[in-house]
Structure formats: C-alpha cells, structure tokens
Design a protein around this ligand. Structure first.
Ligand SMILES: NC(=O)c1ccc[n+]([C@@H]2O[C@H](COP(=O)([O-])OP(=O)(O)OC[C@H]3O[C@@H](n4cnc5c(N)ncnc54)[C@H](OP(=O)(O)O)[C@@H]3O)[C@@H](O)[C@H]2O)c1
Length: 328
C-alpha cells in the first residue's frame, strides 16, 4: 500500500483527490489540514490527518522524513488573497518550504500550479497555450504559481515531480463557478466585453483522477496544461447551463472600459484600506482575456488522461449536486 500526502485536502480539488485515492483502494491517505479547516468532505474513517508547519523548516523536514511518503500531492494554494502578499506567501513560500523538506527523500511531488502561471493564450492568432511558450502571467496569483514552478524545476534535485496547470476547474463542491450557475439560475446571463471568450474547463473529479495517474506514472520532470481537451465559447457555457437548469435569461454585456473603471476605484480603496475585493485587477485580467485555449495533447499521450466529463456532463453533475445540497 502506498503512503501518500494530500495538502489542501479540505478544499474543492483536494477533497475530490482524497476520494479518488480512497476509491482506488491501494493508498494510505494522509490529509494535510489546518486547525481551522473544514472536514465536511473528509469524513471517511480511513483518512489520516496531519498538520504541516510550513514556517518551521526543521519540523517540516522531520515530519517528511518520519512519514517517508511515496507521493506528495501539493494541492493547497491561495486562489484569492485577503491581504497583499498572501499569494506569494502561500503559493510560492509554502511550496518552497515543502520542496526543501522533501529534498533527498523518495517522494514524488505532484504540484497543482495553474493556467494563470502562463497567462492567457494569444488573442490574435487564437493559438492554444503550450508548455513550450514563454510564460507571461499578468496576475499576482499567476506570478506566485510560476515562481513556485520555477523553484521546483531548479531546486528539487531528484527531478521526481509533475507540474499540472489546470484551466478552470468546476464541479460539485466548487464555490466560484457556483456563483455563475446561481446568476444564470436568477435569469441573468452576464458577459464582459463584446468579443466572445474562448474557454476551457476540467471537472474536479477528472483533475483528481489525473493527479492519481500522475502519482502512479513513471513520467517525471514534466509540466502539463490540464483541460477536458475541448474548447468552448462563453455563450456555449451559458447555453449548456441554461439547458441544464431549464431556465431562460436576460443577456447583459458589460463594456470592458466600465469594468476597468470600477476595478481602478476598488484598487484605490484597497491600497488605502488594505481591504481586498473579489473584483480586482487580477480578476479583471482573467475575465478580459479572450483566449483560454490550451494544448493538452502531451497529457493524453504521456499520462493517458481521458476525462470522464465534457462540459455538458460536468455541468449536469455539478448542478445535480448543488440542488441536492440545496445550494440552488
Ligand atoms: N479551482 C480552480 O479553478 C483552479 C484552477 C487552477 C489551479 N487551481 C489550483 O488547485 C489547487 C486547489 O484549488 P481549489 O479550487 O481546491 O481551492 P480551495 O477549494 O480554495 O482549496 C484550497 C486549499 O488550500 C488550503 N490552503 C489555503 N491556504 C493555505 C495555507 N496558508 N496553508 C495551508 N493550507 C492552505 C485550504 O485550506 P483551508 O480549508 O484550511 O482554507 C484548502 O484546503 C490550488 O493550488 C489552486 O491554485 C485551482
């Protein structure tokens, strides 16, 4: 039985990964949580819990040596920041601490970076983002993920790692795309800008299964974009959601310059008060980008990734779950 560690196990992706590993049956699964973490999705009695002290290098090293994990899935990350510097501290700093603690050990490291580490794909040529491209992240979040990737590549001496750059991840338990589903359910269909957006998605359960495959695979030292392999336009996403929710909507298109003005004002307030808003420069840069296509061919050939969910099937899974949980 392989002994594995899942950081961020209390979160959306991490909890699905814990489920996938338990379902596979061959793993002793250690869930890294914080004292404050919710264990709502971590109720399986086979799970073992552990708390990591990223700030205490010696303690973290000792813990990793004692446990001698076969695979460490580093899923924990900040996707929003409540204060300036949190992305850098969590996404880069904690990853660096973990890499340092794993030096010289046998563990394979699977790291969830993000498409944002690359930045959006070319909006003029409409070419998909590729791993061979030069990365140009234009968000604080993306920059922190790229820095973490670079640290792993340059310093993890065993070279025994795989870096995953998922595109938008959705599905049961997820809370950000949920607000979009909720908006459509409230008969509003929002668009930012007038030019259609090219989108890619991967379902949380597929990403979890992929992580398991990466842990098992003999492939090492590689970076992959992760999507379900399809390209969707923003209006198709809305159409699918409307069909699944069996609802009608009013389309509302917000011109980019108006949103940019609002973001500018909110950023001024942020700088003065330290308060962070959901709509900020990072979020605006993500929403305004027109091309989120990525090339996942290598993932299929190297790892044999074959997702269970296309967008329609995935939205059905998500909305069925939200309804069961009375979120919708
Ligand atoms: N969701 C997406 O669309 C998407 C796309 C690309 C990449 N990713 C990456 O995938 C990973 C998982 O994302 P998610 O959607 O599952 O996010 P999530 O639901 O917000 O979960 C984040 C997890 O990270 C933990 N965490 C956050 N800050 C931490 C800290 N300072 N110390 C220790 N643990 C901390 C959280 O623990 P608590 O429960 O205690 O807060 C939680 O378990 C992240 O690294 C994210 O950047 C996500």
């Amino acid at each position: 039985m392989k002994k594995v560690l899942v950081t961020g196990a209390s979160g959306f992706v991490g909890s699905h990964l814990a489920d996938s590993l338990l379902e596979a049956g061959d793993y002793e699964v250690w869930a890294a949580v914080r004292a404050t973490s919710s264990r709502k999705y971590l109720t399986d009695s086979r799970l073992k819990f552990i708390e990591l002290s990223y700030r205490n290098a010696n303690a973290l090293k000792e813990l990793m040596q004692t446990h001698d994990f076969d695979v460490v899935f580093h899923i924990a990350g900040a996707t929003k920041q409540k204060r300036v510097g949190e992305f850098e501290e969590v996404n880069y700093g904690n990853t660096k601490s973990l890499v340092d603690a794993l030096q010289g050990l046998r563990a394979k490291l699977i790291f969830t970076s993000s498409f944002a580490a690359h930045g959006a794909a070319d909006p003029v040529t409409n070419e998909p983002a590729r791993v061979s491209d030069e990365c140009r992240p234009d968000t604080q979040y993306g920059k922190s993920k790229l820095k973490a990737e670079e640290y792993i590549k340059e310093n993890f001496t065993s070279g025994n790692y795989i870096i995953l750059r998922p595109t938008g991840v959705y599905g049961s338990r997820e809370t950000d795309y949920f607000t979009y589903f909720q908006t459509i359910d409230n008969h509003l269909e929002p668009y930012l800008g007038f030019k259609p957006q090219r989108l890619t998605f991967v379902h949380g359960k597929d990403l979890a299964d992929l992580c398991v495959r990466c842990g098992e695979s003999s492939v090492r030292g590689r970076t992959y974009f992760v999507s379900d392999g399809n390209l969707y336009m923003d209006y198709e996403f809305a159409q699918i959601t409307k069909e699944v929710l069996k609802t009608k909507t009013l389309k509302v298109k917000f011109p980019l310059f108006i949103v940019r003005g609002v973001v500018f004002l909110l950023d001024c307030v942020s700088r003065l008060t330290g308060q962070q808003f959901t709509l900020n420069k990072d979020k605006y840069n993500i929403l305004k980008a027109r091309n989120w296509a990525c090339d996942t061919t290598d993932l299929q050939t190297d790892i044999g990734f074959s997702p269970r969910y296309d967008l329609k099937a995935g939205v059905i899974e998500a909305i069925t779950w939200y309804k069961k949980e009375k979120w919708l």
